[in-house]
Design a protein around this ligand. Sequence first.
Ligand code: SAM
Length: 282
Amino acid sequence: MPRIADRGVTNHILKAFNLHASKRLGQNFLIDAGVVNGIVATAEIGPGDRVLEIGPGIGTLTQALAEAGADVTAVELDKKLPAVLAETLKEYDNVRIVPGDILKTDISALMGEEPFKVVANLPYYITTPIIMALLEQKLPITRIVTMVQKEVAERMIAEPGGKDYGALSVAVQYYTQPEFALNVPPRCFMPAPAVESAVMDCVVRKEAPVDVKDEKMFFRVVKASFGQRRKTLSNALTGVGISKDDVKNVLNTAGVDGTRRGETLTLREFAALADAVTALNE
Ligand code: SAM
């Protein structure tokens, strides 16, 4: 099989299997070898690396990962594709295709306890749930290199105060060190999506960037603070299930002004608020 990351080869495969890219499943196949190589290089894939790929499609990125020597496990929802992948990737004995929905897959059982990387050209309709699931499940992931919508890339690296800063920014920055890796225009995909894309390189942190007594409470506070973006913290924080009086005490203890809004808070300030809520129950 020649390199799949090519317009002609991709067209040929789609025709041969009578496939039509499904919009519903977020199917935009990569046809640019430079971008595919760029993803593999960003993830620093080498022989023996264990990789989880989400949505292999017709095997474009999978092929490049296998060529780089990785042991690839690829989870694909589209029932038509395993038969296609059996053909396009038949030369490789280092690829395992797992049919199923990544959001319903027990990734821990699938990947085991050894460290692994996640590399994917994500289906955009579920980018945030996938990223959150990968981060929150405490899996032995060392790096997450993903193609996302440009707008999502901006949210991942957003700083407090801007319109892009939200619960996704806090979660990604708490668990990883996110870096923008590549800009990818629509013409690198087939069919071309309506939006610009970007490859994000998120190296998972060994230690959290801020100390928190209770991580679950930290994320409850974050979600409540961003839940209703127009609300001040004095109002939004009742969302974690505490009284107005307790909210006042919490804000006092944390030294945070209750007239501020969640989108202006740093990770450190969210941590101080969460610790103050946790202390209420101690
Ligand atoms: N990796 C291929 C490439 O780069 O050309 C295809 C990427 S395409 C943007 C996204 C892929 O994710 C599609 O193959 C789609 O069928 C698959 N997909 C969509 N939803 C999924 C889910 N919930 N679980 C696993 N795969 C899914």
